[in-house]
Design a protein around this ligand. Structure first.
Ligand SMILES: Cc1cc2nc3c(=O)[nH]c(=O)nc-3n(C[C@H](O)[C@H](O)[C@H](O)COP(=O)(O)OP(=O)(O)OC[C@H]3O[C@@H](n4cnc5c(N)ncnc54)[C@H](O)[C@@H]3O)c2cc1C
Length: 409
């Protein structure tokens, strides 16, 4: 007999597992399917913004994660000219004023297990979904699992497959090749000079792009670099160059050892153009391009979109509506309201800010109340309207003549 569920979620990353959790707590019969077995790694910088921590808190995960993983209270930026600026991680009412660095091996398992504890069923161990079809008011999925091809059925399907594009193409959710960023990272142990800080490097690196050091413990770190366009033959080549040439890297890594290989993965940053629903299907997280085009962070938006999708699915199921794009108009409206303006403006901001003179200007002086830096960080952390990056005050601060830079160190 064909296995049947109310909802099937394909992909158990932050977006899919959060969707499954928020569906399960409404009493909805949900099956979560992933082509990996858990725990599984995902190439990432592992930094969780205050926004991400808010959703994890609502899922009852924050206290445990905070007790067992690395907290960062300060952001440190290295300008192209070598100046450094530091600023506290901004929080607003109800948002923590710190970030956590949680390796995805730990984070994704915690969220997936939380969904299962809440009542979601899980099908892993190479369960690859390769066809999703609407058939007479329900949806049929073809799953390759344990050497067999199985059919599963549901009222509707949530696609949360991240930057993997094949399934999205087959269901018509990827009509054109999306805008991509590329990034690579590796873990290191016995790293020297680690503070409770997230470090961002705009020096000794090709722009538009940046390098990072996110501590995973007082002696271990996730080091990486990301960029737009075709700056490097491969992300690994760009990463090796960054680590070899950056003075801070040479200092921190003098007695360090690399743990595991350098891994790279693309990032989809095309939310404002991507389709979000099809008959029988709703997509969430990076599957709808929800990665910040300015910072490359997307775990927060993945969790939030899963939460929004689960709320709307609950309404559609409880009112007995068919799973049509019209029924999910509210989902499209809610995610657009939350993210559209941010994504459009952050894409423009990337064009304005990611060049040497502007970065030298905004990271070239102490963090001050009305500075371009404060605005940029507030917007990046969603504490201010995205339109503020283009306010006359900020633009003036970037273009006005100066008499030399004042570095903080
Ligand atoms: C190098 C790098 C650094 C990054 N750093 C950060 C950072 O520091 N902070 C941050 O917030 N974001 C960061 N990001 C972005 C972040 O990793 C993504 O935005 C986030 O993982 C998206 O979550 P998701 O649940 O949508 O997709 P994913 O986490 O990619 O999960 C997708 C899941 O779908 C499964 N899957 C795919 N296809 C199928 C299929 N056909 N059948 C079954 N299962 C399938 C996969 O196995 C996977 O488990 C970074 C990305 C990269 C590449």
């Amino acid at each position: 007999m064909t296995e049947q569920h109310e909802v099937i979620v394909v992909g158990a990353g932050p977006a899919g597992s959060a969707t499954a959790y928020f569906l399960a707590i409404q009493g909805i019969d949900v099956l979560l399917v992933d082509k990996s077995d858990f725990p599984r790694d995902k190439t990432c910088g592992d930094a969780l913004s205050p926004r991400a921590l808010c959703v994890l808190d609502q899922m009852g995960l924050l206290d445990d994660l905070r007790a067992t993983t690395q907290q960062a209270d300060v952001l440190r930026f290295f300008a192209p000219n070598g100046n450094q600026v530091e600023t506290p991680v901004p929080g607003t009412d109800g948002q923590p004023s710190y970030a956590l660095v949680v390796p995805r091996l730990i984070l994704d398992l915690a969220i997936q297990q939380r969904a299962v504890q809440a009542g979601a069923k899980f099908l892993g161990q190479n369960a690859v979904v390769d066809v999703v079809q609407e058939v007479g008011g329900s949806v049929s999925l073809r799953v390759r699992h344990a050497g067999r091809v199985r059919e599963l059925r549901a009222r509707g399907v949530v696609i949360a497959t991240g930057a993997a594009m094949r399934l999205l193409q087959t269901v018509g959710l990827l009509p054109e090749r999306p805008g991509l960023m590329f990034a690579a990272r590796a873990y290191f142990e016995n790293v020297g000079g680690i503070e409770q800080e997230l470090e961002f490097y705009f020096n000794h690196i090709s722009l538009p792009g940046y390098g990072w050091m996110f501590p995973t413990s007082p002696t271990t770190a996730n080091l990486g670099m990301g960029y737009y366009g075709r700056l490097h033959p491969t992300p690994q080549v760009g990463f090796e160059k960054f680590v070899a040439e950056h003075p801070r890297m040479r200092q921190m890594l003098a007695g360090a050892e690399q743990m595991g290989p350098v891994r790279s993965y693309p990032l989809r940053v095309d939310f404002h153009r991507s389709p979000k629903v099809r008959p029988g299907v709703v997509a969430v997280g990076e599957a709808i391009g929800l990665v910040n085009p300015f910072t490359g962070e997307g775990i927060d938006y993945a969790l939030e979109s899963g939460q929004i999708a689960a709320k709307v699915i609950g309404e559609v199921l409880s009112t007995g509506q068919a799973w049509t794009p019209a029924a999910f108009r509210n989902y499209v409206r809610l995610v657009n309201e939350r993210f559209q303006k941010l994504f459009v403006l952050m894409t423009w901001a990337r064009g304005l800010y990611y060049n040497q003179p502007v970065l030298d200007r905004i990271f070239g002086r102490r963090f001050g109340n009305q500075s371009a830096l404060e605005t940029l960080i507030s917007v990046s952390f969603s504490n201010a309207s995205p339109a503020r990056v283009f306010s006359p005050r900020v633009i003036w601060e970037i273009i006005r003549p100066t008499h030399g830079f004042q570095g903080s160190r």
